[in-house]
Ligand binder design. Structure first.
Ligand code: SF4
Ligand code: SF4
Length: 349
């Protein structure tokens, strides 16, 4: 097979696996993206995500991940559920749209591995696949592969599907035909995401400061959330995607996908913070195992529930919060419950 025929066959396999888009880039260094990441890290925008500091050299050079790597295929899968489904039911705390079903690492990882196995069998080339699971500059590769551009909200934006999508990469020693790239920027003069971010976390074009971002505080951060950050979480109990919801490209170019794709669940359209706070660990695991919520863990979700309840200032939550402040096994949950009680009682904030 010529490199062109192989590229066509590979793309067909990828689309047959249910991915929405694929682009191919020749390997090399992503100097601009590497410099941007270095600047982001040096400015401390990664907050406590110390692991981001590791593997800087590997990120810059895919041949460190796969010796002899010649090509990077980037795949994208949309998760936009449609306008109606994207609404949070009244009274529920908000959950980012990507988290409303089965963990995308599992859904996409399995499919991408199957594609890699096919390519290895077909060509004898080596492959490695990643779905947010290794030091790969995924948005940089996606842009170089012609899939889209990195928006001011730091998400990959495509003309075909907007930004409600998740990315994966297949690195291979096979020589493939690269697509035209890098993709041009089409944000233009728009600043909708910058203006809509409730916590001013978008500090420059394409630069999100985790220390101000609700997604960071509700998903990635472990332990106490500083008191001055808690009001910013508002009603978000897991993640935040306001900066995508306001993007005009999403308004006009996102297409709803089937609920089966990520096994979308009605009960994840929003969560009852009282139920989350009251849930024992075994029930939490039984209910949310296999979903992205597991990343925040049982204790993180109870902590987030306390913050939402404190922000709501609903006295109906006081009884449960008092019980949590006294008896919860986790000291972080106890202290956040005490904070919420004070806030509801009007003694603070
Ligand atoms: S995820 Fe939310 S908090 Fe973070 S940058 Fe986007 S709008 Fe701002
Ligand atoms: S909201 Fe506007 S500036 Fe932000 S990513 Fe979308 S197009 Fe770009």
């Amino acid at each position: 097979m010529t490199s062109h025929e192989l590229s066509v066959a590979l793309k067909r396999h990828i689309l047959d696996e249910g991915f929405d888009a694929v682009g191919i880039a020749a390997t090399g260094r992503l100097d601009r993206d590497t410099a941007a990441l270095d600047a982001w890290l040096d400015a401390g925008h990664h907050a406590t995500l110390e692991w981001m500091q590791r593997y800087r050299d590997t990120r810059a050079d895919p041949t460190r991940l796969l010796p002899g790597c010649r090509s990077v295929a980037v795949v994208a899968m949309s998760y936009w559920p449609g306008e109606e489904e994207a609404r949070t039911p009244p009274g529920h705390a908000r959950v980012a749209l990507y988290a409303r079903g089965r963990d995308y690492h599992k859904v996409m990882g399995k499919r991408l591995k199957r594609v890699g196995a096919w390519l290895e069998a077909e060509t004898g080339a080596a492959t490695r696949t990643f779905v947010d699971t290794g030091p790969v500059l995924e948005r940089g590769w996606a842009q170089r592969a012609g899939l889209g551009w990195i928006g001011k909200n730091a998400n990959l934006l495509t003309r075909a599907m907007g930004s409600w999508l998740l990315l994966g990469e297949l690195l291979t020693t096979a020589e493939l035909d690269p697509d035209d790239g890098p993709h041009a920027d089409h944000c233009g003069t728009c600043t909708a995401c910058v203006e809509a971010c409730p916590t001013d976390a978008i500090v420059a074009d394409g630069v999100v400061d985790s220390r101000a971002c609700i997604s960071y505080w509700t998903i990635e951060h472990r332990g106490e959330v500083p008191e001055e950050k808690r009001a910013g979480n508002a009603d978000w109990i897991f993640g935040c995607d306001i900066c995508q919801r306001v993007c005009p490209w999403n308004e006009t170019h996102a297409h709803p996908v089937d609920a089966e794709r990520f096994e979308r669940r009605d009960d994840l359209r929003g969560l009852d913070p009282l139920a989350i706070l009251a849930m024992d660990e075994a029930t939490f695991r039984a209910t949310y195992s296999g979903t992205p919520l597991m990343r925040a863990k049982w204790e993180g979700m109870r902590r987030n529930a306390c913050i939402v309840l404190g922000n709501r200032r609903d006295p109906a939550a006081l009884e449960l919060l008092h019980a949590a402040a006294r008896e919860d096994p986790d000291p972080v949950v106890r202290s956040h419950a005490a904070w919420a009680i004070e806030r509801i009682s009007g003694a603070s904030g």
